[in-house]
Design a protein around this ligand. Sequence first.
Ligand SMILES: *Cc1c(COP(=O)(O)O)cnc(C)c1O
Length: 395
Amino acid sequence: MVTNLPIYLDHNSTTPCDPRVVEAMLPFFNSAFGNAASRSHAFGWQAEEAVKCAREQVAKLIGAEPGEIVFTSGATESDNLALKGVFEMYAGKGNHIITCNIEHKAVLDSCKHIEKLGGEVSYLNVKENGLIDLAELEAAIRPQTILISIMYANNEIGTIMPMKEISAIARKHDVLLFSDAAQAVGKIPVDVNADGIDLLAISAHKMYGPKGVGALYVRRKNPRVRLTAQIDGGGHEKGMRSGTLNVPGIVGLGKACELCLMEMEEETVRLGSLRDKLENALLQMDDTHLNGSKGNRLPHTTNISFKHLESEALMMGFSKELAVSSGSACMSATPEPSYVLKALGLDDELAHSSLRFGIGRFNTEEEIDYAIEQVTKTVSRLRETNPLREMHKNG
Ligand SMILES: *Cc1c(COP(=O)(O)O)cnc(C)c1O
């Protein structure tokens, strides 16, 4: 029996805090409330120790050194810091950045800002499977190229970019590589050294940690990456990000990383089989279309178009039972079809008829069975009364 309705299947937008994360955070709101920068008393030392432990937990999950982790307010800030910080710091070397057109808005809008400051940005197209073309990437590199920014995994379709191949190209041409890994870290193995990544953005609330905290990995050797700070002040985080540290949030992020590392192998298998069950059942219906690549994909994500139906109508149809999304959460207030789906070559109608399902740590098989039932029922009901489909059938 499924009791807690609606069932949350939108884990690419955000995730609930794991109770073990909340428990780890609680003392740092009151009894251990110290400022991690206070060097003169035990309150400060206690906070500093907790931050040190979290820094190790985050670093371990991505194969980094603790000294390479800069705490931020989330992946949006990390994206801004990486792009704008490199652009300013390496102005003497060049002004050209390469990214792709299915990046998160935090990357795309930072690039737009950089263009206004006189930077040049190349936006690579992706193929129908959601991946960039490596030959196109290499061809886009110029003598002035200072940074390649390619997301690790896409938030809407879950496709995973070939980071090792991308970094081989970046290294060959002596260009830094940044990756927005908000959707990948904690879900699939990420190793900044094996993957050859120089800067990497992390968000706690995408991995069962709290909202408003994240990190930027900044490589310290081979090569040593330097950044111009975007927030000036007390010189926290080695001068790269000033502001009193969010100690409870950082402790939560650290704990979330520890749990993801511990449970990743098992969770990948469990979520993959739930996702495949859901996906296979939904694709049984007529006029359904899987968006993105089936192979290189996050285990918990699927994005499906239901031809001739509007995703808004579908979501309204089962809003008491299921919480899913169409396009990305940041875009759902606007009626524009998802730019990610359009970049894959979907026409407006198909892009408007897509739903993203993101399964998470606390979903059960019963809930997935229930979701299959609800979506199937709603699709059939709407199609019976859908004038577009009738017109299509009658030519
Ligand atoms: C969620 C997300 C972000 C933004 O992260 P916040 O921590 O919410 O600022 C950036 N990039 C990707 C790919 C995301 O999924």
